[in-house]
Ligand binder design. Structure first.
Ligand code: GLP
Length: 234
């Protein structure tokens, strides 16, 4: 289902309604979470709903899509740092129930297998939040010759490095590798919510109306049975 809304704020409101309803309906939900600029408004609203309306996250578990390789959790560009400062520090979640791949693990392969096992142990993802990259990536599943199943290490593409390096002090500080959930776990989520600001309009349209191809990783979402897309027009 595609919902067109007027603005970034309306997109964030609509997504917050969906996630709040999920948490109220199933207090021990497993939420798949995303980073990037796009979900900041949503996370702010969830924090506010906790503060002002008592939205209870005490039993919620979260798994994030991805993490940069080699950045420690305290690094302000790590996705762990982002999640703590944008959301977890402002709600009553038990941080021991919040999971991201460990980008500093020396054995990437073992870390990836452990992350997959973690998602399985949690019983899979009830609701997965997604943003989308300019090249159609979801998580850090970059355009490729095939849809990668499992959690894996990826080399980021030039497009992603150019887009994300804006958040680093300089481009040379941006890691070239990341660990990301695979397409399989994302597609196994019982429900998916993709949010996109106006600058992503073209790629969202291509992904949802074009050919299903691993060259546009988000295009696989077309076959998910419970997909909600919230796209801001302005
Ligand atoms: C990053 C993340 C993605 C995110 C995308 C878009 O690379 N790995 O999960 O969806 O970028 O980011 P933004 O919302 O900042 O445009």
């Amino acid at each position: 289902m595609m919902t067109l809304v007027k603005s970034y704020d309306e997109m964030s409101d609509a997504a917050a309604d969906i996630f709040a309803a999920q948490v109220k309906g199933k207090p021990d939900s497993v939420l798949g979470l995303a980073t990037g600029t796009t979900p900041i408004g949503l996370y702010g609203r969830l924090a506010k709903l906790h503060r002002d309306a008592g939205l209870d996250f005490s039993a919620v578990r979260t798994v994030n899509l991805d993490e940069y390789c080699s950045l420690p959790a305290e690094h302000e560009n790590s996705y762990r740092y982002f999640m703590n400062t944008q959301l977890f520090d402002h709600i009553n979640i038990d941080k021991r129930n919040t999971f991201l791949p460990d980008g500093t693990a020396s054995d990437f392969e073992a870390e990836c297998r452990q992350y997959d096992a973690r998602i399985d142990q949690l019983g899979g993802i009830d609701m997965q939040l997604l943003g989308i990259g300019n090249n159609g990536h979801i998580g850090f599943n970059e355009p490729a010759g095939y849809f990668a199943n499992r959690t894996h290490r990826v080399r980021l593409t030039e497009s992603t490095i150019n887009a994300n390096s804006r958040l680093f002090e300089s481009v040379v500080e941006m890691p070239l590798y990341a660990l990301t959930m695979g397409i399989r776990q994302i597609m196994l989520a019982r429900e998916i919510v993709l949010i996109a600001a106006a600058d992503k309009r073209e790629i969202v349209t291509e992904a949802l109306e074009g050919e299903i191809t691993p060259q546009v990783p988000a295009s696989i979402l077309q076959v998910h049975p419970r997909l909600t897309v919230i796209l801001a027009e302005n």
